[in-house]
Design a protein around this ligand. Sequence first.
Ligand code: UTP
Length: 294
Amino acid sequence: MQRKVTKAIFPVAGMGTRFLPATKSIPKEIMTLVDKPLIQYAIDEARAAGITDFIFVTSRGKSALEDYFDDAPELESSLAAAGKMELLEILRNTNMESGAISYMRQNRPLGLGHAVWCARRLVGDEPFAVLLPDDVISSDKPCLQQMVEAYEETGGCMVAAMEVPQDKTSAYGILDHDNADGNVVSVNAMVEKPKAGTAPSNLAVIGRYILTPRIMNNLGTVKRGAGGEIQLTDAIAAEIGAGRMVSGYKFDGTRFDCGSKAGYLQATVAFGLSRPELREELSCFLKELVATKA
Ligand code: UTP
């Protein structure tokens, strides 16, 4: 029986340069898909997986993100006074229990691995999840919940994995893995952004991880990797090097890369169309637009 995963790290200290000038003052994670900020999708997914401790690794200029998780008593009372109970319910669902969230500063953007390492004292000696809010996953069963259920059988480190077209492999961390019939594959090696034609497979790592506390030790010793940054991939690869189990989990669902403009726009359309109250108007608009632009 594996130890239960109750802590999750949300690394949100990146500069979000692909969304400048918006990210000059708005944290990327606050940008909305329909009516919810990206971070809320990640929080809801983590909650569904049984996470009770939410650790944010933030940086300068992210105070809007911290404010988002505060209660809004004035807004709540005016909605209640106006009898807008549905909106009140929506608002209250975003409230976090006191003490459930902690914030840790990453003083310099030294990479995803470094951001995760910044939370080492809060994680302690427990397995933990990492969720990158840029990766929004639409699925019947939330992705992290699928992984937690699989992890209860496998233990070790687990990364979410998704098949990508062969000509896109150089944009991802790619798994060298054993073939398997089910959703879980055993990982032999991980290659960060392989050069065209050299990828060991087309199974890419995306932003959901379940990691053992040893990863924090590895992060403390790994050297700066690709781009001069401390890479989370290198710390996970060190586990494979030490003969420990790392698995890839081929989740059921669709992932949108909301860290890129094209992915964010695609997610906006897909999530808009999935809302019953918006579907018809939006799909008519899209059909007309495509017809006139074709
Ligand atoms: P990205 O590679 O998307 O970088 O980070 P970014 O800074 O957010 O965005 P661009 O590329 O400049 O547009 C992936 C995840 O890792 C976090 C980011 O916040 C994002 O969730 N991250 C990255 C950190 O927390 N700290 C870092 O030093 C780097």
